[in-house]
Design a protein around this ligand. Structure first.
Ligand code: UD1
Ligand code: UDP
Length: 374
C-alpha cells in the first residue's frame, strides 16, 4: 500500500483538489491517503472543506493577516517538514501555482519524496504576471515527478522545457469535476442562502458578477477596476453588479472604501462554492481576474472579461468565451457595454464549450498513479 499526502492551502486549490481527494480516498486497498492543509487561507479554505466534507488530518493553520510571501514560504517549509516526518508519504500531491504548492514541493524534494503536480504546465512566461504564480509553478514543475497537465497546450509547455514526455499526462482540469459535482449537489438540495442571493442579484441572467484579487493588480490596477465598475453602475442603474469581495486587505480595503453605498453595486462576502456556482450560472456576464473562474465559465456558457494582460489559459480565449481586457478602465467599460447592448456579440460569447475537460480528470490522475504502482 502506498502513502499519499494531498496538500493545499487556498480556496481554489481546495476546490480543484477535492475531486482528487475523493478519488484516492475511495480506494483504501492500494492507497492510504491523508490531507494536509497549510491554511494559507482560513475562512475561504474552510468554506470549501465544509462543502466537500473534507476533514484534513494535518492543518498547519498558517494564515496571518496581510502576511508577506517571505514569512509564508519560510513557515510552510518548516512546518510541513514536520508533517513529512510524521506521515512519511511515498507521494505528495500539490496543485497549480500558489506559494503553498511551491514551498510544499520544495520541502518534499528536500526529503526525497516524489511530487505529483496537478494543473501542471500553465505558463505565461512572464515572470511578473501573474506574480508570484508564474515562478511558483515553474519551480514546482522543475521538481515534479508526475505532471498532470489539464490540456494539450499545457503539455506542450512542459515538453518545451524538456520535461520527459512519459511523465506528462493530459487529464483535463479537475475544476470541471468539482463544478459538475457542485451542480449536482445544488440540483438535489437547494442551498440555504439561495433566496437571499436572488433578492440581492435581482432578475436572473441580468446581473454582472465580479471577482478580483491578483497581486499584480493591487494598487493602480484595482483603482482602474473600481473606476470602471463605478462607470458601468452609473450607465446601467437597473443592472446589479454583484461582487463577492476577496478577504485580502489589499483588495477589501479599496473596494469597500470606493464602492460601498452605490445602490446597484452589491458587495458581499466570499461565497461558499455552491452559492458561487449559482451566481456564475445565473448571471449575464462575469468580470474577473480569477484563474478558476475563467475555466468554469465556458462550461456554463457565460462570457468572461478577464482583467489581466496575459493569461496562461488560452483555451477559453480561443473558444471565444473569454476576452482579455487588462485593467484599462476604458477597455473594461467598452467591452461590458458591447456585451450588454450587442445581442450578436453576446450570443457569440455565450456558447457552451468544455476546453478544460468533461469532469473525469481526477479519475484519470488516480488511474495513472495506480498503474505506475502495479
Ligand atoms: C492566494 C494565492 C493566489 C491565488 C489566490 C486565490 C499565493 C502567493 N497567492 O492569493 O495564487 O490565486 O490565493 O484566492 O499563493 N485572507 C483572509 N482570509 C482568507 C484568505 C485570505 O483574511 O480566507 C487575507 C489574509 O489577510 C491574508 C491575505 O488575505 O494574509 C492574503 O492571502 P494570501 O494567500 O497571501 O494571498 P492571496 O492574495 O489570497
Ligand atoms: N469562488 C468561490 N466563491 C467566491 C469566489 C470564487 O467559491 O466568492 C470559486 C470559483 O468558483 C473558483 C475559485 O473560487 O473555483 C477561484 O478562486 P480565486 O479567484 O480566489 O483564485 P484563482 O482561481 O484566481 O487562483
Amino acid at each position: 500500500m502506498k502513502k499519499i499526502l494531498i496538500v493545499f492551502g487556498t480556496r481554489p486549490e481546495a476546490i480543484k483538489m477535492a475531486p482528487v481527494v475523493e478519488a484516492f480516498r475511495n480506494d483504501n486497498v492500494h492507497f492510504e491517503t491523508k490531507v494536509c492543509v497549510t491554511g494559507q487561507h482560513r475562512e475561504m479554505l474552510d468554506q470549501v472543506l465544509d462543502f466537500f466534507s473534507i476533514i484534513p488530518e494535518f492543518d498547519l493553520n498558517l494564515m496571518k493577516p496581510n502576511q508577506s510571501l517571505h514569512e509564508l514560504t519560510a513557515n510552510i517549509i518548516l512546518e510541513f517538514k514536520n508533517v513529512l516526518e510524521v506521515f512519511t508519504p511515498d507521494y505528495v500531491f500539490v496543485h497549480g501555482d500558489t506559494t503553498t504548492s511551491m514551498a510544499v514541493a520544495l520541502t518534499s524534494f528536500y526529503a526525497g519524496i516524489k511530487v505529483c503536480h496537478v494543473e501542471a504546465g500553465l505558463r505565461t512566461n512572464d515572470k511578473y504576471s501573474p506574480f508570484p504564480e508564474e515562478i511558483n509553478r515553474q519551480i514546482t514543475g522543475r521538481i515534479a515527478d508526475f505532471h498532470f497537465a489539464p490540456t494539450e497546450s499545457s503539455r506542450q509547455n512542459l515538453l518545451k522545457e524538456n520535461v520527459e514526455d512519459a511523465k506528462v499526462f493530459v487529464t483535463g482540469n479537475t475544476v470541471i469535476d468539482a463544478l459538475l459535482k457542485g451542480k449536482k449537489i445544488i440540483a438535489q438540495n437547494v442551498f440555504s442562502s439561495v433566496e437571499e442571493l436572488k433578492s440581492i442579484c435581482g432578475s436572473e441572467n441580468e446581473f454582472i458578477l465580479v471577482t478580483g484579487h491578483r497581486r499584480e493588480n493591487h494598487g493602480k490596477g484595482f483603482d482602474n477596476i473600481i473606476l470602471a465598475l463605478k462607470d458601468i453602475a452609473r450607465r446601467y442603474p437597473t443592472i446589479n453588479i454583484v461582487y463577492p469581495v476577496h478577504l485580502n486587505p489589499k483588495v477589501k480595503g479599496p473596494v469597500e472604501k470606493e464602492l460601498s453605498g452605490i445602490p446597484n453595486v452589491k458587495l458581499i462576502l466570499p461565497q461558499p462554492y455552491e452559492a458561487f456556482i449559482w451566481l456564475m450560472d445565473n448571471c449575464k456576464l462575469i468580470i474577473t481576474d480569477s484563474g478558476g473562474v475563467q475555466e468554469e465559465a465556458p462550461s456554463l456558457g457565460k462570457p468572461v472579461l478577464v482583467m489581466r494582460d496575459t493569461t496562461e489559459r488560452p483555451e477559453a480565449v480561443e473558444a471565444g468565451t473569454v476576452i482579455l481586457v487588462g485593467t484599462n478602465k476604458e477597455m473594461i467599460v467598452a467591452k461590458t457595454v458591447e456585451l450588454i447592448e450587442n445581442d450578436e456579440k453576446y450570443k457569440s460569447m455565450s456558447t457552451l464549450n468544455n476546453p478544460y475537460g468533461d469532469g473525469v480528470a481526477a479519475a484519470e490522475i488516480f488511474d495513472v498513479l495506480k498503474k505506475s504502482e502495479l
